[in-house]
Design a protein around this ligand. Structure first.
Ligand code: CTP
Length: 438
């Protein structure tokens, strides 16, 4: 099959599509506005799960949020039996972002002091997701030095404070303390997914498996799902880069607003990569490219007449090595990031590949990992939503005694954001060094 592609870069960017957002609702009259927030986030393409404190359920029923989000609502009382006790860990890992809106003075105080006395505060404490809070309270409570200091503590810990707004309050007073308008909360949340760290840079990213044809109906493939590469493309786009995503066969929907090129074989992938390298600043090779292809692809379906069948295979060209071997001109050598899927001696093998292929960075992952790990530990690697990464860069971090940088087990979407941030930092450092030595 020939390479096909479409360019959907002219579409309106939809930053919340596919994002997992946990909306925490605490006790306050502004809780009714969270119903509208839930609807808006859903309409923007996010998957929304609601956690309500007991006080919040006094203002709006969980049924309202169940109907709007399409999922049962988590409330504190669920957290009694043993299975439910894991909820906070699962939710904490699931969320790309947590927004507490409205955030009462009491919950802000608890979050500031790392209290974990209900499902909402426990989940927040256990999560590494992006975290935001939208304070909503009476103006005197808002002005209280204790509340002000708690908000500062929270923002120092990395929480994003949204509002409050000023105006007429439910208690009849006028002043600061109203929950920020729902459309402004949504906008702020969208901005959380745009770091701008790769603003204006051009990235070529490969993802997924390649299929090497045996005959018109059969192929040799591998277990790669494309998840890691697609998540990296999404994260790089959120960081402001222009993306060309070249993908082998995958069940996934490509992120919106990027140039997407669909290929099947390693040879097609190589062609597509080299067609798009001019002006490429960073090349990320996340694809599981087949090392070998069938020497003679049968023109017709092979019949099972013989008792045994021998396929003769020939080596595919190494796309990554060829990109890394580019000299300064036409096309210029980009910053090159390779992946290493390993089943043993992960760091050693990755270090060897980094050097042999002349890469700037290598991202190693263990694909031998136990598919049925202990309770609470997710399976990682191919075909899983989770991964663990070890990253080595050319230079000091890849020295003999270095284990590189570890990105602990997390959802591939979250790891992709951390990785993109690290790549952006390393790329800028490289350019700075080049400037200084020029
Ligand atoms: N790669 C590539 N072209 C190939 C084979 C691999 O561009 N023909 C890239 C992959 O996308 C990945 C890196 O090379 O970024 C390492 O791939 P991996 O399969 O781990 O290593 P190989 O070089 O194939 O070596 P081996 O299979 O012996 O481990």
């Amino acid at each position: 099959m020939s390479a096909s592609h479409y360019d959907n870069s002219s579409q309106i960017s939809a930053k919340l599509i596919g994002k997992n957002i946990m909306l925490g609702i605490t006790g306050g009259i502004a809780a009714y506005k969270s119903a509208d927030l839930t609807r808006r986030l859903q309409e923007a393409g996010a998957d929304v799960r609601i956690v309500m404190t007991a006080a919040a359920t006094e203002f709006v029923t969980p049924l309202t949020f169940h109907a709007l989000s399409g999922h049962p609502v988590f409330i504190d009382n669920d957290d009694h039996d043993e299975t439910a006790a894991m909820q906070h860990i699962e939710l904490a890992r699931w969320a790309d972002a947590i927004i507490v809106a409205p955030a009462s003075a009491n919950t802000i105080a608890k979050l500031a002091h790392a209290r974990a006395d209900n499902l909402l505060t426990t989940t927040c404490l256990a999560s590494e997701a992006i975290k935001c809070f939208a304070p909503a309270m009476n103006k005197v409570m808002w002005q209280d030095p204790g509340t002000q200091s708690n908000c500062r503590t929270l923002t120092d810990k990395g929480w994003l404070q949204l509002g409050p707004a000023s105006g007429l309050q439910a208690c009849g007073e006028t002043g600061a303390g109203r929950m920020l308008e729902v459309c402004d909360i949504q906008k702020a949340l969208e901005q959380c997914f745009e770091s701008g760290e790769l603003q204006g840079l051009n990235l070529v990213i490969t993802a997924g498996p390649t299929y090497e044809a045996i005959d018109p109906v059969r192929f040799i493939g591998n277990r790669s799902s494309g998840r890691m590469g697609y998540a990296i493309a999404q994260a790089a786009q959120e960081a402001g880069a222009n993306i060309t995503l070249i993908s082998g066969p995958s069940q996934l929907t490509p992120p919106a607003s990027l140039r997407f090129i669909s290929i099947e074989s390693a040879a097609e992938m190589k062609q597509a990569v080299f067609d798009h390298l001019s002006d490429c600043n960073i090349y990320i090779s996340a694809a599981a490219v087949a090392d070998y292809r069938v020497a003679q692809v049968a023109e017709q379906k092979i019949k099972k007449s013989a008792d045994s069948l021998t396929l003769s295979l020939v080596k595919n060209e190494d796309i990554l090595s060829q990109v890394a071997a580019l000299t300064e001109k036409d096309p210029q050598r980009p910053y090159v990031v390779g992946f290493a899927a390993e089943t043993e001696d992960i760091i050693e093998n990755a270090r060897e590949k980094l050097q042999r292929k002349n890469l700037d960075m290598i991202v190693a992952n263990d694909v031998s990992a136990d598919k049925n790990p202990a309770a609470g530990t997710p399976a990682i690697g191919f075909d899983s939503e989770y991964n663990t990464l070890h990253v080595l860069t050319a230079g000091e971090n890849s020295g003999k005694n270095s284990n590189g940088k570890l990105f602990a087990t997390a959802r591939k979407t979250q790891l992709a954001r951390q990785l993109i941030s690290f790549i952006a930092e390393q790329y800028k450092q490289r350019r700075l060094n080049e400037k200084n030595t020029a």
